[in-house]
Write a protein that binds this ligand. Structure first.
Ligand SMILES: Nc1nc2c(ncn2[C@@H]2O[C@H](COP(=O)(O)OP(=O)(O)OP(=O)(O)O)[C@@H](O)[C@H]2O)c(=O)[nH]1
Ligand SMILES: [Mg+2]
Length: 357
């Protein structure tokens, strides 16, 4: 899973990125601290996987990963070349989701590029720039596809018709995700790499000590069928520098129940409608992989390895908690908790799957 981080300069994008990745990207209280994109891959900590690994005696834990890409801030008029322009958006064209960081904290020492803190206005400003960037690329693509359509290519004709509707929607302020692709051009959205076709997760960068998304941001997210989480990027990045038990103690003192990062990752999985399954064995690695909700055991096998998928005979499946409670595979089998399933089995979140080849 790849996630691109957008927002105004000084919104806290790199601070959040560092908290997520511990990658040590440069942050600063001036606009355009980030110029070149920062990219880092992080393992998603999953306690269930740790318990499974312990139960079956795995040699190593291999978590699912997410790649985060932190780019320069967008300013009003970026599409017309203001600030650093919008070319750096190309770095996040191929991501699966957008994480939109919105400044909601009121720390006086951090200048706001518009000179005031107004989360909803900021969101609209950024979204206007994303629409403008998509309009530019949709117009370019439309020109190319129109030429192809002249030769009578049916796919190109369907894509052209779709792009015409896309250009019209973008021009009137509607995102690409609101223009469904017709049957004849199913692949067209993928080829456009539109930013406004991606699901959005709003991160409200709030004052420390709060963990509520400001109402206007929450409402905006709801209307857009997006998700929103409140995080203090600064607190999370400071906690990220502590040892795990120190951080837990600090969280207790600050009254933050669950790690903001955990909530963010959780929300990203929900946003993308992903679930997690595990594979684990004695003296082998214990691994977590995500699949879309509703995926079959056969698709899950493909996430593990192409060869394993090709050789799929059956799957042995047990819920992670059943496995842990039983104390191992043999006991789980004796209790009738370990089931044999075929390729078509629909994977459930938290399944531990052994693919038999
Ligand atoms: N008080 C407070 N300050 C924060 C918070 N998050 C970020 N900051 C500060 O805001 C400033 C800007 O943060 P950055 O993470 O560099 O912002 P950015 O969005 O990456 O900015 P550009 O790279 O310039 O686009 C830094 O001085 C941070 O320490 C927060 O949650 N609370
Ligand atoms: Mg930055």
């Amino acid at each position: 899973m790849k996630v691109g981080i957008v927002g105004l300069p000084n919104a806290g994008k790199s601070t959040l990125f560092n908290a997520l990745t511990r990658a040590g990207a440069e942050t600063g209280d001036y606009a355009f601290t980030t110029i070149d994109p920062n990219v880092a891959v992080v393992g998603v900590r999953d306690e269930r996987l740790e318990r499974v690994a312990e139960t079956v005696g795995s040699s190593e834990i291999v978590p699912e990963t997410i790649e985060f890409c932190d780019i320069a801030g967008l300013v009003r008029g970026a599409s017309r070349g203001e600030g650093l322009g919008n070319r750096f958006l190309a770095a996040i064209r191929e991501t699966d989701a957008i994480c939109h960081v919105v400044r909601c904290h009121s720390a006086g020492g951090v200048p706001h590029p518009e000179g005031r803190v107004d989360p909803l206005d900021d969101i609209e400003l950024i979204e206007t720039e994303l629409l403008a960037a998509d309009l530019e690329s949709a117009e370019r693509r439309l020109e190319r596809v129109t030429k192809q359509a002249r030769s009578g290519d049916q796919g190109a004709t369907a894509e052209r018709d779709w792009l015409e509707r896309v250009v019209e929607a973008l021009g009137s302020g509607r995102p690409v995700r609101e223009v469904p692709a017709p049957d004849g051009a199913r692949d067209a959205p993928r080829r456009l790499f539109a930013l406004t076709s991606k699901p959005v997760l709003y991160v409200a960068n709030v004052d420390e000590g709060t963990d509520e998304v400001p109402a206007p941001v929450a409402e905006h997210a709801r209307a857009a069928e997006a998700r929103a989480v409140a995080i203090s990027a600064r607190v999370e990045s400071e906690l990220g520098e502590l040892e795990a038990d120190e951080a837990t103690e600090m969280r207790g003192e600050l009254g933050i129940s669950e790690s903001g990062l955990h909530r963010l990752v959780h929300a990203a999985f929900e946003l993308l409608d992903l679930i997690v399954f595990f594979t684990a064995g004695e003296d082998r690695e214990a691994m977590a992989r995500s699949v879309r909700r509703g995926a079959s055991a056969y698709e899950a096998a493909g996430k593990v390895h192409g060869e394993i998928q090709a050789a799929f005979v059956r799957a042995e499946v047990v819920g992670w908690r059943d496995l842990v409670d039983a104390g191992g595979y043999t006991a789980a089998r004796d209790r009738g908790l370990l089931r044999t399933e075929g390729r078509a089995y629909t994977v459930a979140d938290g399944d531990v799957i052994t693919i038999k080849v």
